[in-house]
Design a protein. Structure first.
Length: 106
C-alpha cells in the first residue's frame, strides 16, 4: 500500500564474502533516504523502501556474487493506493533465480 515501508530481505552467503547489488527494472538502484540497502553480519541483505508510491512498482533484483560466481533473484513489486482492490497475483515466469558464472582464472 502507498506510504508504507517495504522491506525486501534475503539470506546471502559465500566465501569470500559476496558483493551485493540491488536493481530496479534491470538498472542499478541509486541508494538514498528512500532506498536503503543493508548487509548485516555478512549474511542478511535487505532493501528498505520508505513511503512507497506507485512509482516504486516494478521488478527488483538482488545480485550476489564473488569470484566463484553468484546468483540474481528477481521479484515483482506492485504498490496500490489505500482502498484499491488488490487483484489476485500469479507468479510471473520472470520471477526466478539466475546464475552468474564464475570469473575465469587469471
Amino acid at each position: 500500500m502507498e506510504d508504507k515501508t517495504l522491506n525486501l530481505t534475503c539470506t546471502v552467503f559465500g566465501s569470500p564474502d559476496p558483493e551485493v547489488i540491488w536493481f530496479k527494472n534491470d538498472r542499478e538502484l541509486e541508494l538514498s533516504d528512500h532506498y536503503i540497502a543493508k548487509l548485516e553480519q555478512g549474511k542478511h541483505a535487505s532493501l528498505v523502501i520508505k513511503g512507497v508510491s506507485s512509482e516504486d512498482s516494478g521488478k527488483y533484483s538482488i545480485s550476489v556474487k564473488n569470484k566463484y560466481g553468484g546468483e540474481i533473484v528477481d521479484v515483482t513489486i506492485s504498490v496500490y493506493k489505500h482502498g484499491e482492490e488488490i487483484p489476485d497475483v500469479k507468479p510471473h515466469s520472470s520471477d526466478r533465480v539466475r546464475e552468474i558464472p564464475a570469473k575465469p582464472a587469471e
